[in-house]
Write a protein of this length. Structure first.
Length: 312
């Protein structure tokens, strides 16, 4: 009965994630980026070779940073021209006259960075590469899209989103967990609705992807879960407990609790800000006496979050 309760709690907090937009990904996956250029008009030109070998030139423009969540005003989004200028200017050769004014990147360090530059107006354009669609619960990929490398484009200036991540003992100390909060310019990052599978229904919602290192799943980093930040607070929590695989997975046998040596959370930035990542060490028996310390942090970070109250 206790194991069944734990499984139900796990399924409540770790909803299966299917494809959803995070930050601003390119339409094509598994590409070879050849160049990132920016001009003085607020445009970026990306040149890359698709997986099928074809060359593609893509314009991006029309957005910077992010808005705080609003039920009435849409989140900022890029406008895209995948025809190298034909869509915007009716000039398929526009890329030939594109005046590159990209300066060396001197912005904040970013994970998974592929290309970056500083525009004439002092803003930053970046491209990050990410395997966002890995299967959950430590399963090896079995579908082609699981191993896709997505390229995410960002345009920003000033403060980056803040991803707080903390370890915790959960369920009376039986299991390990993590909790935290995602915010931007002091405001929580969250959406106003999601599907039954945990996919945001608007461009404000964000899925966080949790990885575990050298765990019961095996050596190296394995994808554990994908969860939403919570409405109104931007907070989240997850316990590493035994879980039954989701429908459509290769096996329905219960997966082991997979706390690892380290835990990592990766999330696409709100609006067109970059992908952010945070990492903490896993807990050991030497940390058993720190539960009061963790609970004190939990009470500060998770204030107002009723969903995670049982994970304290």
């Amino acid at each position: 009965m206790r194991l069944l309760l734990v499984l139900l709690v796990a399924l409540f907090s770790a909803v299966a994630v299917v494809p959803a937009t995070a930050s601003e990904p390119l339409q094509d996956a598994n590409v070879t980026l050849l160049s990132l250029k920016v001009n003085g008009k607020g445009e970026a030109l990306l040149t890359y070779r698709r997986a099928d070998g074809r060359l593609r030139r893509v314009l991006a423009w029309g957005a910077i940073n992010a808005r705080a969540p609003s039920a009435d005003v849409p989140q900022v989004r890029f406008r895209w021209d995948y025809a190298g200028g034909w869509g915007k200017y009716r000039n398929g050769k526009y890329w030939r006259s594109f005046k590159n004014r990209c300066r060396p990147y001197d912005g904040p360090p970013l994970p998974m960075l592929v290309a970056a530059c500083k525009a004439p107006d002092g803003t930053y354009w970046t491209v990050q590469s990410w395997q966002r669609r890995l299967p959950l619960l430590g399963f090896d990929p079995w579908l082609p899209h699981h191993t896709n490398w997505e390229f995410h484009v960002a345009h920003f200036v000033g403060e980056l989103p803040r991803l707080e991540l903390h370890p915790n003992w959960t369920h009376d100390g039986r299991w390990q967990g993590v909790f935290g909060r995602y915010s931007y310019l002091g405001q929580p990052v969250f959406g106003y609705g999601s599907t039954a599978k945990g996919v945001p229904k608007d461009k404000y919602g964000r899925n966080l992807y949790i990885d575990t290192l050298n765990s019961a799943y095996g050596a190296g980093w394995r994808r554990e879960s994908g969860i939403l930040t919570h409405r109104g607070t931007g907070t989240f929590c997850h316990s590493f407990v035994p879980q039954r695989p989701f429908a459509g997975y290769p096996s329905q046998q219960v997966r082991p609790a997979a706390a690892g040596e380290r835990h990592r959370v990766t999330v696409g930035g709100p609006g067109v800000t970059p992908i952010i990542q945070a990492e903490v060490a896993g807990l050991t028996e030497a940390d058993r006496g720190r539960d009061g310390e963790f609970n004190s942090v939990f009470d500060q970070v998770m204030a107002g979050d009723r969903i995670c109250a049982g994970e304290r």
